[in-house]
Design a protein around this ligand. Structure first.
Ligand SMILES: [Zn+2]
Length: 208
């Protein structure tokens, strides 16, 4: 931890070379995307995407979960999503799940979470989508399949937000499902057929 603190104290020195870029950031932010990912320390959105300051508006929580827009209590998630779309006018939202996810693993393995009741309650938002597997988790299926199902379910929840529906219908917003492999760095994208696929790195993505 001390090394991290030292790095933070010295950070301004390393930004000197980018002083012009950093000064411009004081004028505002126009991020390219809202990036929703797990709090897991192995998943670093800026590292994966080579994003610069100002590129990504981030929403991170345990298990990259998107609560329903009409959940009984207001959440930071709903506020962040609304702000990104309505105020920052992001055109893309990425939900990025990852391999070896402790949150998805805990749900699939039906782990005892009595010592972390907040986590247990939080995961209730995501359990229904995994329900068939939770009742009888097949032993021979990798956790990765459940992470994929989980990401797809969070996308579905997100697509039900009124503001998301409206912007998609207007052609102003596109949703993306990603899957990051912690041990290889590979990234899979959810395609139109509902499959997470490795993409050819040499084929440039098309802008909507
Ligand atoms: Zn995770």
């Amino acid at each position: 931890m001390n090394s991290l603190l030292m790095n933070a104290r010295m950070f301004w020195r390393r930004t000197v070379d980018y002083s012009q870029e950093y000064r411009q950031l004081a004028n505002g932010q126009w991020p390219q995307a809202l990036f929703i990912s797990c709090s897991d320390s192995r998943v670093i959105p800026a590292l994966i995407t080579s994003a610069r300051p100002g590129d990504l508006f981030e929403l991170r929580n345990a298990g990259n979960i998107v609560p329903p827009h009409d959940a009984p209590s207001v959440s930071g998630e709903v506020a962040t999503i609304e702000y990104a779309i309505e105020v920052l006018e992001v055109r893309h939202i990425v939900i990025c799940g990852h391999s070896h996810c402790g949150a998805v693993g805990a749900m699939v393995r039906n782990e005892d979470l009595s010592k972390v009741p907040g986590v247990n309650k939080w995961l209730d938002y995501a359990r229904p989508a995994l329900e068939p597997a939770l009742q009888k988790p097949p032993r021979d299926r990798a956790l990765l399949e459940y992470v994929q199902r989980h990401v797809a379910a969070q996308l579905e929840t997100l697509s039900k937000y009124p503001i998301v529906k409206r912007q998609i219908a207007a052609g102003q917003l596109k949703l993306h499902g990603w899957l990051y492999q912690v041990d290889t760095g590979e990234l899979r994208e959810l395609d139109d057929n509902g499959e997470f696929r490795l993409q050819n790195v040499w084929s440039a993505p098309t802008e909507p």
